[in-house]
Design a protein. Structure first.
Length: 173
């Protein structure tokens, strides 16, 4: 569970998630037995820092309410937290460790190897249609269909925030 990507959710957002989960009908099937392979077992035994929850500051206070939903960089920064798991802390993308089938992750910084020449309209279109500015398709591994369902306010806020991050070459993560 990428708990570090959700650690900055406000109390209000967490209660909204809990309310939604409670509203969904239960599934009547056996999920099967959970089994851990040798790699997971090795990591669990020797490197607990590999688990996001083990490196979080669990005593850190967090917001009661999320930032105001406006098309600003402040709101965009809040929304972008979930992007850092794949695109990295600097949002410059690159190859992900541990998943050989994962495509190279895009650079979201305003660098020439990233979104330097992208307009807000290019960015919104990419997430709504799954097509980059140059016409190439975005991998289905990127949840662009889910993010494309965000409203204009959210997508414009994300774009506004991405314009404020320092430009970094692709792969700097």
């Amino acid at each position: 569970m990428p708990s570090n990507e959700f650690a900055n959710l406000s109390d209000h957002e967490l209660s909204d998630i809990a309310a939604y989960i409670r509203s969904v009908p239960p599934v009547d099937r056996d999920p099967g037995r959970v089994r851990f392979g040798p790699v997971f077992s090795f990591i669990a035994a020797f490197d607990t820092s590999a688990f996001a929850a083990s490196v979080l500051d669990h005593s850190k206070a967090h917001a009661v309410e999320p930032p105001q939903a406006t098309p600003t960089a402040d709101f965009g920064e809040h929304l972008v937290q979930v992007c850092r798991g794949c695109h990295g802390s600097s949002l410059s993308g690159g190859k992900l460790d541990g998943d050989p089938d994962m495509p190279i992750v895009a650079n979201l910084t305003p660098h020439e190897t990233g979104l330097k020449d992208w307009t807000e309209a290019d960015f919104v279109r990419a997430l709504r249609e799954g097509t980059r500015k140059d016409g190439t398709r975005i991998s289905e591994r990127m949840p662009w269909k889910a993010y494309g369902q965000m409203g204009d306010t959210e997508l414009k806020a994300i774009y506004a925030y991405l314009r404020t991050v320092p430009p970094k070459p692709k792969g700097s993560r």
